[in-house]
Design a protein around this ligand. Sequence first.
Ligand code: NAD
Length: 254
Amino acid sequence: MLLQGKKALILGLANNKSIAYGISSCFKEQGARLAFNYVGDAIKKRVEPLSEELGGEFTFQCDVTDDAQIAAAAELVKEKWGQVDVLVHSIAFANREDLSGRFLDTSRDGFKLALDISAYSLTGICRAFEPLLHDGSSIISMTYYGSTKVIPGYNVMGVAKAALEASVRYLAYELGEKGVRINAISAGPIKTLAASAVSGMKNIFAHVEEHSPLRRNVTTLDVGGVASFLASDLAHGVTGQVIYTDSGFSQMGI
Ligand code: NAD
């Protein structure tokens, strides 16, 4: 098993359609130990049974907009585990009105919120958990093709993902000194809660199915497979990368 005994912290499980669920299922199959965050009581009610199903060791509250909650989470994980071998950041948010219509109409507050939760949080989390990371730890974040190409409707989230990917490169440079790796997986579109907020998603699924080299959309387990590799010691020379897991769609010119 690739991840036998590795302590993997999963941030961003909302339900069994979440990319974090696919990643966690693969991690469990590879022998990882798991723990999950939630945001608020509504998500807690959904995360706790899923954590039980996946053999999670504990769950904890952590809203990434709140530095105090991030610090408390790091303290709790330190008490429970001492260190973290794998940290998955599978978190994004933008106001629904900023995921349709014109990017030009994005408000200052909507822009700040999307960039704060979807991009800055990765840096905030890495800083808080830095003392728990060690030579060989692996951090994985989730991104999308709308960071480099225009996907109408993706709008401010495309800008947030561009910032997230750049953050991965800077964090890779600084954390690499300690032997900590960080990469992003650029997943093709998957039907999740977060994806349902983006207008025109239905057309995107059909387009990928028709035009990608593999002629299908990816699943959360496809992403989980790549995440398992990146989390494992097999990937110990890989950092600062954006790894596409998109049926090859991003390689098509026309
Ligand atoms: P999801 O809705 O299942 O997961 C999003 C998670 O973000 C939820 O668990 C939610 O609780 C969490 N979150 C939102 N605001 C938060 C906050 N303030 N603090 C802490 N957590 C917060 O959807 P998903 O599609 O699994 O999204 C996971 C990641 O994958 C996101 O970064 C998303 O942009 C990325 N992604 C998704 C797709 C897709 O098509 N679904 C494609 C590429 C990348």
